[in-house]
Design a protein. Structure first.
Length: 254
C-alpha cells in the first residue's frame, strides 16, 4: 500500500501522562498508513514460511523461508516491520526511546510502552475499578458550568473505553442528567419524558441542555440591558431636572 498521501501526517508524540490518548491517536495513525501495521503490533513481525509436505516419518509442517525464497509480496510485508519501529521511535523522547531501543520487534516496543506508561495488569485492573467507581459516583462540582461538566464526563467515558469498559447509551445519559445541579431538574425531567434515552445520544442531550442554557442567558442579558437602559434614562431625566433647577436659581440670583 502506498503511503505517499499520508506522509504529511504528523506522528503523535507520546507524553507518559497522556498515554491513553496517545495510544488511540497512534492506532489511528498506523491504520491510516497501512491497516496491516495494526496486525503486526498485535501479533508480531511477519515471517515468510513455506509448507513442507508430509512424509512417512514427518507430518506436514511449515518452515521459515530463506531470504532468497521470498516473493516480492513477502519482501514488502517484511519491510513493514522496520517502518513501524521507525514510526514508534519517532513518537518518543530520548528517555522513552532509550528504554525500548534494544527491542527487535514493533510488538515488543508497543507492549513495553504500555507497561511503562500504564503499569502491570494488576495496576490496570485497579485503574479500571477506580474509573468505574468515579462513573458511578459522578456528580457536578460547585459552580461548575454545564460545558465543563459535559467535557469532564466525556473524558471519563473515553478513559473507561480505553480500559474496555463501556456503558449503554441510556445508562450514560441517565448518569449525566443525574449529575446536574438541582436548578436543572425541570429541564432534565422534560428530556426524560419526551425522549428515548436509549436512542438519543449524549451529544444530543448536551445540545438540548446547552440550547436551553443559552436561551436563559439571553433572557437575562436582555433584562439586564433593559434595566440598564431604564436606569440611564432615569439618571438622564434626573440630571435634566437638576440642570433646570440650577438655571432657575441662577436667574433668580441675577
Amino acid at each position: 500500500m502506498s503511503t505517499t498521501k499520508y506522509e504529511s501526517m504528523k506522528i503523535p508524540i507520546l507524553k507518559k501522562s497522556e498515554y491513553p490518548t496517545w495510544k488511540v491517536k497512534m492506532l489511528m495513525y498506523l491504520e491510516a498508513m497501512d491497516p496491516d501495521y495494526l496486525d503486526m503490533i498485535r501479533d508480531g513481525p511477519y515471517i515468510p514460511t513455506r509448507l513442507v509436505e508430509r512424509t512417512e516419518t514427518v507430518p506436514e509442517h511449515y518452515v521459515v523461508k530463506a531470504k532468497s525464497e521470498w516473493t516480492p509480496e513477502e519482501k514488502a510485508h517484511v519491510l513493514r516491520e522496520p517502518k513501524i519501529k521507525n514510526i514508534l521511535h519517532s513518537s518518543l523522547d530520548a528517555v522513552m526511546s532509550n528504554r525500548v531501543i534494544a527491542y527487535k520487534s514493533a510488538k515488543e516496543i508497543w507492549d513495553t510502552l504500555e507497561t511503562q506508561c500504564q503499569g502491570s495488569a494488576s495496576v490496570k485492573k485497579n485503574r479500571r475499578a477506580l474509573l468505574i467507581q468515579e462513573y458511578e459516583q459522578f456528580d457536578a462540582k460547585p459552580d461548575e458550568s454545564l460545558t465543563d461538566l459535559y467535557d469532564r464526563f466525556l473524558t471519563l467515558l473515553n478513559s473507561l473505553c480505553l480500559v474496555e469498559k463501556e456503558y449503554e447509551t441510556e445508562d450514560s445519559n441517565t448518569t449525566f442528567l443525574r449529575a446536574l445541579p438541582e436548578e436543572w431538574d425541570t429541564q432534565t425531567s422534560i428530556i426524560r419524558h419526551q425522549y428515548d434515552l436509549n436512542i438519543v445520544s449524549l451529544d444530543e442531550v448536551y445540545g438540548m441542555l446547552r440550547t436551553h442554557d443559552l436561551e436563559v442567558q439571553q433572557r437575562k442579558n436582555k433584562k439586564s440591558s433593559k434595566a440598564k437602559t431604564i436606569a440611564l434614562n432615569v439618571e438622564a431625566k434626573s440630571k435634566g431636572k437638576t440642570m433646570k433647577v440650577s438655571r432657575r436659581k441662577s436667574r433668580i440670583v441675577n
